[in-house]
Structure formats: C-alpha cells, structure tokens
Design a protein around this ligand. Structure first.
Ligand code: SAH
Ligand code: SF4
Ligand code: F3S
Length: 459
C-alpha cells in the first residue's frame, strides 16, 4: 500500500513555464507526489497558464470546463481530485478564476511555487487557496533540486531560469504585471544548478529570462555580473558544450555579450532578438525605446562578431494606429535582416496594459491579412536559410529518438531540428552530420565520415 498521490501538470506559454512546471514537480515529489502523464486519473491537476494573448487565457477556461466533468465523474466513484491553476493567468486573474470556475481548489501565482506543498495541505482540508503575492525574494532558492534520475529523464538539453520579471513595460505586454519586477539569481546558484545538470548528462543549457540579457546577478566577488560574464563562467563547466539564452531585449544587448558570441565556442550562433515592428512611430507607441535603424545597426555589430549567427524575432501586427505604411516598414526590416525564423502575432488587447484602451484599434481582417503577408515572407527566409545548409557537415547534438523507428532527432547549432538514422546509444553525442535534404520544419542528415565544414552560412 502506498499513500502517494499522482500529479499531472499541463504547461502553456513560454519556456519559463516549462521550467517552472518541472520545478513544481520537483517541489511535490518530496511531499509524496508521483508525476503522471494522465490527466484523467491524476489526483492533482495543475494547469500552468499563459496570459500573453487573449486566446492563451481562454484556453484555460475551456480546459477547466473539461476537467470539471472528469472531477465530477471521479467524485461519483468516491475519489477526490484537486485542481490548481498556476502561472500568468493565475497571477493576473486569480480572484476571477476562483469566482468563475468552482472546480478550482487552488490558484498559485508564479512567485509562490516553493510553498505549493503547504498550499495543497490547506486545499485538501477544504480551504479555497488563492495565493498571488508578487514576492521579492527568490522562489527558486527555496525549491528542491531535481534528482539525477528526473534530470536524465528530461533529456540532454535543459532550461535554466537566471532572471525573471520585467521592468520594460512595453505598452502591449502583461508580463511586467504577471511576473513582477526584474530579479536576477545569484551567480553561485546558477553555477550550482548548471553543474548539477551537467553531471547528470545534460550537454546543452538554455538560460531563461523574460529579459535575460538584462541579467545582473550578484557574483561570488560581491560585484554585479552581466550575462556575458555569467555565460563565460558556465562555459568552464565540463560537459556543458552548448549554451543558449532567451529572450533578449535589443536595449540590453551590450558589447560584452556581443563579444561573447565571438569568443566563446560554447555559445551557439543563434539569437532570438524580438523587434516587434519596423516602424519608428509604432516602436515609440509600443514603448520599445529604440528605433528600427538602431536595431539594424545592432544586428550589423552582432554579425560582425559572429558572421554565421542565425537570428529569430517576434513581431506584432495590427498594433493600435498601425497603418499600411507602418506595416510596409516591418516587411522592409524583415527583408533587411534575413531571419532564420520569426514568431508573428496579431495584436491582442490585454486588460490593464496601456495600449488596450487606445484609439486606432486595427480591424481583425486587416490584422489577418498583414499576418499572412509577414508569415509568408518569414517562411521564404526560413526555407532559404535551411537550403543553404544542404551539403554542409555540422555538429548536431543528438537529443532523442525520432518519430520513425531507427531515427534520431537532434539540433544544429542554429537550432534547426535534424533527423538522422542511427543507434539510440548516440543520444547525448555531438556528432558531425552531413545535411542531405530540407523538409518543411527540419533538416535530414547522415553521420559524416570527414571533418566538419568550416563555412558559415548566414552571410
Ligand atoms: N520578453 C520577451 C517577450 C515575451 S512575450 C521580449 O521582450 O521580447 C513573447 C512575444 O509575444 C512578444 O515578443 C510579442 O511579440 C508577443 N506579445 C506580447 N504581448 C502581446 C499582445 N498583447 N498581443 C500580441 N502579441 C503579444
Ligand atoms: Fe513584455 Fe516588453 Fe518586458 Fe518583453 S520587454 S516581457 S515584451 S514588457
Ligand atoms: Fe505567457 Fe507568462 Fe510566459 S504570460 S509567455 S507564460 S511569462
């Protein structure tokens, strides 16, 4: 007999939520919970939610409708089910969730996860728990570390949050309200966590932050370290052969970080640097605090340091007041930069953000048309970038079995998915792969016999 309860965590939104979901599980395992993949049979269901666009928030309520039916069916069998909502919707709409969805026993904001076991005890005693304090202390330092087995089970790549929150207040964005003010974890803590990951077999770590390049954690010397210095320190950890970071803001892309792309072989030649729009008028209205020309100059400097770097971005179309001419400027910027990929979104008014109530809201049909045109241009650039890799021999981190039997799936330095036929024993290896063909969302390759190509591809 065991009194262990099962927990199912469903994750929406960005990579930070993926990281947080794992940390919630890590906090619950010592409290007697066992992770499960089945929502239907779980004793505890946690939805880790996203509030960035209207659709993301709506998904939560429709999922809660489905969960209510499951919970009721289980109650008829005399078995209880605890339902919790975590993440950014919990933070933004805690009280509304409690009022709108009686199925929910527990609402927890992102800064309170280290107290989950205590909240669950209270919920199981019948209390309706709503905890959405935006704590100023560091939640991570109070969370237990995952076991070596759980780390291994999660694979050879891992996320590591080094910075959380945002003080930029872009006029469209909820993140400063849902994640709170910018906080950086101390260097020693980050190093300790990265060492633990590396010793469990992780080869690639992606450092996370809403504004990761604004990192300013306290160093062991008592001084404030920037991201470049942190990355250089992590590059010394044996076994950690690949480092990435996301998401960056153009204003925090300092000289040290650009130089790190030139000097550190562990730092992968890929940079996600959202610009949102190519129109200075719209950039100002968005409170991005830089111009299109400023962004292009920055890209030039980054490419001078690391010519083969692949760039990706985020774009919003249909921001209030965006005219056809503004949108054309976005297309022009995209053509000038030449992205490997980009995430494109229709502007979604978010309650409580400055832009939501502004005049000049753009009709849905116009947003759709602009999104389609922008996405078509980006797709063309993705295809062109991918096509340039055919025939090259490049180092690929073999991550996991592919979809077909006998197939492996890995990542290029530029974060493209690569499929190769081979032995699963090679998972975790960084192997030289010759790219043989390009698919829609991935590359196909084979293990190479010769030396890797030294040619950069982005220029
Ligand atoms: N911290 C990151 C972005 C986090 S949100 C940064 O500073 O770039 C991820 C992306 O979602 C944003 O870059 C933006 O393109 C998009 N986004 C944010 N709020 C949005 C809104 N209200 N409507 C549509 N897209 C939005
Ligand atoms: Fe949101 Fe802007 Fe902060 Fe990014 S920088 S999280 S878009 S407010
Ligand atoms: Fe969404 Fe919150 Fe991330 S709003 S994008 S889950 S920071």
């Amino acid at each position: 007999m065991t009194d262990k309860r099962t927990v199912f965590v469903k994750t929406y939104g960005c990579q930070m939520n993926v990281y947080d979901s794992d940390r919630m599980t890590d906090a619950l395992v010592p409290a007697g919970y066992v992770p499960t993949d089945s929502l239907e049979t779980a004793d505890l269901v946690l939805l880790n939610t996203c509030h960035i666009r209207e659709k993301a928030a709506e998904k939560v309520y429709s999922e809660l409708g489905r969960i209510r039916l499951i919970k009721e069916a289980r109650a008829r069998e005399g078995r209880e089910m605890t339902v919790g909502v975590a993440g950014c919707v919990a933070q933004a709409e805690g009280r509304e969730i409690a009022a709108r969805a009686p199925v929910v026993d527990l609402v927890v904001g992102p800064q309170t996860y280290h107290r989950l076991p205590e909240f669950l005890d209270r919920a199981r005693k019948g209390e309706r728990v709503v905890e959405t304090e935006l704590a100023t202390e560091e939640k991570f330092e109070h969370l237990p570390a995952p076991s070596r087995e759980r780390t291994l089970a999660r694979g050879v790549t891992a996320f590591l949050t080094v910075q959380e929150g945002c003080d930029k207040f872009c006029s469209f964005c909820v993140v400063p309200y849902t994640r709170g003010t910018e906080i950086s974890r101390p260097v020693a803590r980050v190093v300790q966590e990265a060492e633990r990951l590396a010793s469990a077999g992780v080869r690639e770590v992606t450092l996370l932050g809403q504004n990761v390049n604004a990192y300013h954690g306290e160093g062991p010397d008592g001084a404030s370290w920037n991201l470049a210095r942190l990355v250089a320190r992590l590059a010394e950890i044996p076994g950690l052969d690949r480092l990435r970071y996301t998401t960056s803001h153009p204003r925090d892309m300092d000289d040290d970080l650009i130089a790190a792309h030139r000097d550190l072989p562990q730092l992968m030649p890929y940079l996600h640097l959202p610009v949102q729009s190519g129109s200075d008028r719209i950039l100002a209205a968005m409170n991005r605090r830089h111009t299109a020309a400023g962004y292009l100059r920055l890209i030039e400097r980054i490419r001078a340091a690391r010519p083969d770097i692949a760039l990706s971005g985020d774009f919003i179309v249909g921001f209030p007041g965006e005219t056809d001419a503004d949108f054309e400027e976005t297309l022009t910027l995209v053509r000038e930069v030449g992205y490997l990929s980009a995430f494109t979104f229709k502007y979604s008014p978010r309650p409580g953000t400055p832009a939501a109530g502004r005049d000049g809201q753009v009709p849905e049909a116009v947003k759709t048309e602009r999104l389609d045109r922008l996405q078509a241009l980006v797709n063309e650039q993705t295809r062109a970038f991918n096509a340039r890799t055919v025939g090259l021999t490049i180092p690929v981190l073999i991550e996991k079995p592919g979809r077909r039997p006998g197939q492996l799936s890995g990542r290029s330095p530029w974060l493209q998915a690569v499929h190769i036929d081979g032995d699963p024993a090679r998972i975790g290896e960084i192997a030289d792969i010759t790219i043989t063909a390009v698919g829609t969302n991935s590359l196909a390759g084979r293990f190479a016999s010769g030396a890797p190509s030294r040619t950069g591809i982005a220029s």
